[in-house]
Write a protein that binds this ligand. Structure first.
Ligand code: 5RP
Length: 219
């Protein structure tokens, strides 16, 4: 099976977690896009969705799925999104697509987080995928120096990329993340950091992992 076929399988499996007559949160990326296309087939069963990026909002609207502003939503049954890495404890690295801040905000409102990914994203220790950090542009050099001083690693500015929030991304290479919750909190304490791509304090509740033998449900 190709990676895209595995992504499609987990996207289909995630439809089981969509709660009828509710608003759901939708992530960003190629796996989330497969999910949106599957969601379109049952769009009459939900009230609508909150998007974690402009790209996701456009895709949802393109399918005729109502898109809600998060400020008008106080309850969300489920948030469904991909990941760049997942460990056995369902802590994640996200933000490869640069949507990490809005993803974390939408997730914060949701009752349940269903992560969908193919099994190439499963790791024993997080950090092989460079950790994305969204930074206020004027703080970019300061934040990079602080990261090197406090945690090591090599922050690299994502070239030519501006987030939906008008900020830049530092991708930190070479971290070995043994305590993801602690690192998530410590990175957020650096002035100028908007969000980091560790989804550990609020991790996935369910990981639907696409393998050549079918979809594994990890909890
Ligand atoms: C975007 C993300 C994505 O979920 C992550 O990058 C995985 O993307 P894909 O499904 O394309 O592999 O966090 O900010």
């Amino acid at each position: 099976m190709t990676q895209d076929e595995l992504k499609l399988e987990v996207a289909k499996a995630a439809i089981e977690y969509v709660v009828p007559d509710t608003i759901i949160g939708v992530g960003t990326g190629s796996t989330a896009n497969f999910f949106i296309d599957e969601l379109a087939k049952i769009k009459g069963k939900i009230k609508g969705a909150v998007a974690s990026s402009e790209a996701t909002a456009e895709r949802l609207k393109g399918h005729g799925i109502p898109v809600f502003d998060l400020n008008s939503v106080d309850e969300m049954s489920v948030y469904i999104d991909g990941a760049d890495e997942a460990d056995a404890g369902l802590h994640l690295v996200k933000g490869g697509g640069g949507a990490l801040t809005r993803e974390k905000i939408v997730l914060a409102v949701a009752d349940k987080f269903i992560c969908i990914a193919d099994d190439s994203k499963k790791v024993s220790v997080l950090g092989k995928f460079p950790l994305p950090i969204e930074v206020i542009p004027m703080a970019r050099s300061y934040v990079a120096r602080e990261i090197v001083k406090r945690f090591g690693g090599e922050p690299v500015l994502r070239d030519g990329f501006i987030t939906d929030n008008g900020n830049v991304i530092l991708d930190v290479h070479g971290l070995k993340i043994v305590d993801p919750v602690a690192l998530e909190n410590e990175l957020n304490s650096i002035v100028g950091v908007v969000t980091n791509g560790l989804f550990a304090a609020r991790k996935a509740d369910v990981f639907l992992c696409g393998t050549k033998n079918g979809v594994e449900t990890l909890t």
